[in-house]
Design a binder for this molecule. Sequence first.
Ligand code: UT7
Length: 329
Amino acid sequence: MRKATITGWGSYLPPNVVTNKELEKIVDTTDQWIQKRTGIKKRRIADEDTSTSDLALEASYKALEKANLDPEELDLIIVSTVTPDMVFPATACIIQEKIGANKAAAFDLEAGCSGFVYGLSVGAQFIETGLYNNVLVIGAESLSKITDWDDRNTCVLFGDGAGAAVLQPTEKGGFLSFDLGSDGSGADALYMEAGGSLNPASLETVKNKMHTIRMEGTPVFKFAVKTMKRASLDVLKKAGLTIDDLDLLIPHQANTRIIKSARRKLKLTEEQIYVNLPEVGNTSSASVAIALAEAKEKSMIKNGDRLVMVAFGAGLTWAATVIEWNENI
Ligand code: UT7
C-alpha cells in the first residue's frame, strides 16, 4: 500500500502580542504565576474582524507554496477547529472558496486539541487508499473569541493561530503509524456549554457566559501527563520502533510542566522536543500544526528523521503519529 507524507507546511500567528503583564491588568494574576505554573510568557490574539478561516488561509498559502501545489490541484481540505467561523457551514468550505480549491471536497473535524493529528490520520488514509493525491490538513483556532476574559483559570492559557500541512503519496517513508483514542467520561473537564442543540443560544446562555471555555485544569493535567507518554510509546511500537529511534517529539503545547514530564518519562533530551508554548500559548488544534511548521523552518527536521506528533484535548481525546520525514516525493 502506498504511504502518505507531508510535502508542505505553514503557520500563521496574528500580529497582536498580549503579554502576561497585560493580563495582570484584566484579571487577578501575575506574570510570575503564569510562567511558573504554565510556562507561557505571551500569546497572539486575533483582532475583532479576523476569523478562524482568515488565519487558516495564511497558513494554507505557505503550505501550498512549499509543496509547489496550486489550490486547484487539491482533492480534499480538512479543517480541525473548536472555533469554526460558524456552526455551519464547515470552515473548510469557506476556505475552499477563499483559496480557490475548485475541485476539493471539504469538511471540518473536531477532536479538541488532538484535532490536527486526527486530521492527519484521516487525510493520510484517503491517500493510502488511492482515493486522493493532494490533501490539505489545517489546524486553526481563534480561541480568544470563546475565552471568558474574567476567568483567570483559563484566560491566561490560550492563544490564536493556524498551521497547515499538505499530504501527498510517497514510495518512501511518510506516516508509519497512528494511535487515536478517546475517553468521553472526561467530557465535563473541558467544554463550551452553549450554542449547540443541548443549550441553544438565548439571553440566559449569554448572561451566564455559557459561550466560553470552561475547564477543570487538574483532571486534564493528569490525563495529559499519562497520555503523552503512553500514546508516544504505543505509536512507536505500532511502527515497529522504540524511543531510541526517535529524532524529534512535537507535543501539544499546553503546559511546559506537562511537556517536561513527558520528556523525563520518555528519557528524551531538551533538543528532542520542540517547544514554542512560552511565545504562543495554547492554540488548541493549531498547536501541533504550528509547532511542526516552526520546527521545519528552524531546520530541526531533515529527510529520514523520525518524528512523533502527540496531542491530547477536549473529549477527552488523544492522538499520536510517527512520520519518517520525506518531503521529496
Ligand atoms: O489543551 C488542553 C487543555 N488544557 C490543558 O492542558 C490544561 C491542563 N491543566 C493545567 O495546565 C493546569 O492545571 C493549570 C495551568 C490550568 C492550572 O495549574 P495548577 O497548578 O493545576 O493550578 P490549580 O488549578 O491547582 O490552582 C492553584 C491555585 C488556585 O488557588 P487556591 O485555590 O489554591 O487559592 C487557583 O485559584 O492557583 C490559582 N490560580 C491562579 N492564580 C493566579 C488559577 N489560575 C490562576 C492565575 N493566576 N491565572
